[in-house]
Design a protein around this ligand. Sequence first.
Ligand code: TGC
Ligand code: FAD
Length: 385
Amino acid sequence: MKDILMLDSLFSSEELMIRDSVRRFVNEVAEPLLAPANEAAHFPKELIAQMASLGIFGMRLPESVGGSNASAYSYGLVCQELERGDSALRSFSSVQSSLCMYPIFRFGSEEQQQKWLPRMAKGEVIGCFGLTEPDSGSDPSSMKTHAKRSNNGWVLNGAKMWITNAPIAQLALIWAHTSDGIRGFLVETDRKGIICSEMKHKFSLRASSTGEISLNDCWIPDENLLPGTEKGLSCALSCLNQARFGIAWGVIGAAESCFDTASNYLAERNQFAKPLASYQLIQKDLVDIYNEIIKAKCLNIQLGRLMNTGDATPEMISLAKMNNCREALRIARMARNLMGANGISIEYPVMRHVVNLESVFTYEGTDNIHHLILGKYLTGIDAFN
Ligand code: TGC
Ligand code: FAD
């Protein structure tokens, strides 16, 4: 896509190099596997080792725990390139890096960090993040899962639902009520009392592994409590800031993929004896899509600058997640329309992006929830309580 505002000039050569190496990996290695994985509804696990060797997992963390101290821009650009391929790739990486490695780094003991993070960076251990439950989605404070002290440890009971990576994870970060409030627990998935089962029959994010987690008297030792989570729910929600930032960048990769696919198609497809790209109504749609992608990129870049300086707030991140998911979904639907019947063909990635983006619009805070977070910011009135 043409860089009309020369936005690439705002990135360092290292950031552009990271972006380009992930783009190459997605184009050359991942792309051929994505449509078949989507059709077969399985996550292409064979990509994990190569993603790890690109240094993607935990890249924002320090080198002492397997990361590379990468900038927020680098992280955003990686998410953008992964989701240009498929939201499932970005989802896998978001959960591993932002929702599992980041909380262990931020809230874990030195022992927990050394035990898990270097292996997670190498892709040897896969993590998942269990917050949502069958009766607790937008309002996670209503969760029923609880942990009770027992025998130098904790006994966990409850159920988590819609958990990305759960069926392929070795480690589950489970948020549960205790007598002192909500806390985060590290639960190895081969323990007695935990079952992670695949949620089948999804129309969206089919190349992502999504699971239910059931916890029945699952005992874990004291050392599996994340000691820094004593502030309760706000600890879980602060992890979402990292992941939502990645989503704001990621969905623009999916939107760019739709734009590129539709523009190429329209240049080659003739109707009424002329290329579709020559018609005024078609050009208007293309420009509308392009315009929204450029605006979303500007939003991401300013937000990334504030992430880099430590000045980003949850409300800013909500603004970007809300705007970019909405626009990416609208763009994907427009691109689908511009390609007529071929827009729904598996030969092109556009319909896959449409249905994936339906999930991305909903997870990590729905569009309504981000509107209400911003509504509270603007009016000072909390619509939730
Ligand atoms: P509320 O009273 O507003 O907040 C409770 C405490 O948390 C603090 N807080 C945050 N802190 C850091 N970052 C944030 N983003 C925060 N949001 C809130 C808040 O300041 C407060 O702290 P304190 O010290 O006063 O106690 O809580 P509430 O119960 O009224 O709910 C607020 C609401 C609705 C905004 C929040 O609960 C919410 O964001 N709901 C959406 C749930 C959600 O996003 N779930 C995501 C699950 S994970 C997922 O979807 C992964 S998809 C992965 C993939 O495949 O990519
Ligand atoms: P609900 O909260 O029941 O909301 C239903 C509708 O009501 C939505 O439109 C919502 O916007 C609206 N609504 C809710 N409350 C209000 C209100 N106060 N005012 C106005 N409207 C409101 N969760 C995890 O913990 N870990 C994961 O890894 C994970 N991965 C996921 C992967 C996929 C593919 C999907 C689809 C979801 C995943 N989720 C995960 C769950 C996701 O975070 C939740 O679906 C999301 O938070 C919304 O919760 P819900 O589906 O229960 O919808």
